[in-house]
Design a protein around this ligand. Structure first.
Ligand code: CP
Length: 341
């Protein structure tokens, strides 16, 4: 393992080992300090609660020291493109930023959201790719334009835990579940990193995945092809639907997330106008959950209550959103332990 940029860089066996390590770490007393004497930079171009807090706490619990930087806030504004004349508002180039930082730290975590301006450019993950290109220490993706692999791994861990819940010691937990990834209405377009990474990881782990969204909100074609390939290799299945009335039927897991239409990248008002007709239908409510196989409800958070999901669902016994957030801590500790030697 050199970087942790997306789950499909690793075979599922290695991902599964990380889940096992995270489950061990969750149970452990925390005496192991594999990061003792080491620092890890956490570079946040965007806001965060879970990622920032869980990374800082995780590094501390592993014996290390987190160094949090916010380009344009607590550190200089950054240019990531090669060969540009830097006579605009960017003060420092990413090349020096990374090369200086790695004289101090053993790994660099990066959060850099999609700007939702230029689809063809942003689907290449330009800022994260620049970090990976310049760094000789491991780079950890803390949510980029296209992927949020730490979230997806916490999600896979949460599903594994939930499938094993209420079983006696002699019963083996099922490995596969019928998982629904459903789009939900939100007042403005959001990036696709979470649904991309969730669908990819669910396919790698061989879950039977249903992806529901209104027409015009398809995920990236190349990514879908990759998801289908992994699903087939893992013995899972994948289906797509634009029919929200049928999407919840018989599933074991409901994973809700809103995302923007790639057709309206750079035109948020066009997206907002298009999505307005989906407001009443595309919300996870009690009636939708009743169509499921007593599914548990997942969301990466933050979530807008009574917009994406009703109070009744998120506050129900079937909601595992807080466990999911807790698992970010454990899986990231497992990833850092593996990555930072
Ligand atoms: N789910 C997630 O990444 O949360 P934050 O944006 O608060 O870090």
């Amino acid at each position: 393992m050199t970087n942790f940029l997306k789950t499909s860089d690793f075979p599922v066996g290695q991902l599964s080992n990380l889940l096992n390590s995270a489950i061990e770490l969750k149970r452990s007393t925390g005496d192991d300090k594999p990061l003792a004497g080491k620092s890890v930079a956490l570079v946040f171009f965007n806001p965060s609660l879970r990622t920032r807090a869980s990374m800082q706490v995780g590094i501390y619990e592993l014996g290390g020291n987190p160094v949090t930087l916010e380009p344009g806030g607590t550190s200089w504004t950054l240019e990531h493109r090669d060969g540009v004349v830097m006579d605009g508002d960017k003060t420092e180039h990413l090349k020096e930023f990374v090369q200086v930082l790695e004289r101090y730290v053993s790994a660099i975590g990066v959060r850099t959201f999609a700007e939702l301006k230029d689809w063809e450019l942003e689907r290449t993950d330009p800022v994260l790719s620049a970090f990976a290109r310049y760094a000789s220490v491991p780079v950890i993706n803390l949510e980029s334009a296209m992927h949020h692999p730490c979230q997806a791994m916490a999600d896979m861990m949460t599903i594994r835990e939930q499938l094993g819940r209420n079983l006696s010691a002699s019963e083996a937990a099922p490995k596969r579940a019928k998982v629904l990834l459903t789009w939900a209405w939100h007042p403005k377009p959001l990036p696709m990193a979470v649904p991309n990474s969730f669908a990819l990881a669910a396919a790698q782990f061989g879950h039977d995945l249903r992806i529901a969204h209104p027409e015009g909100f398809e995920l990236d074609d190349e990514l879908i092809a990759e998801i289908e390939r992994h699903s087939s290799e893992a013995g899972g299945s994948i289906e797509f639907t634009n029919n929200v009335d049928e999407a919840f039927e018989g599933v074991d897991v409901v994973y809700a997330k809103s995302w923007g239409s790639k057709e309206f990248y750079g035109d948020p008002n066009g997206d907002i106008r298009t999505r307005s007709s989906f407001r009443d239908k595309w919300i996870v409510d009690e009636a939708m959950m009743q169509q499921t196989n007593n599914a548990f409800f997942m969301h990466c958070l933050p979530v807008r209550r009574n917009v994406i999901v009703t109070d009744g669902v998120i506050d129900s016994a079937n909601s595992v959103v807080i466990d999911e957030a807790e698992n970010r801590l454990h899986i990231q500790k497992a990833i850092m332990t593996e990555l930072i030697k």
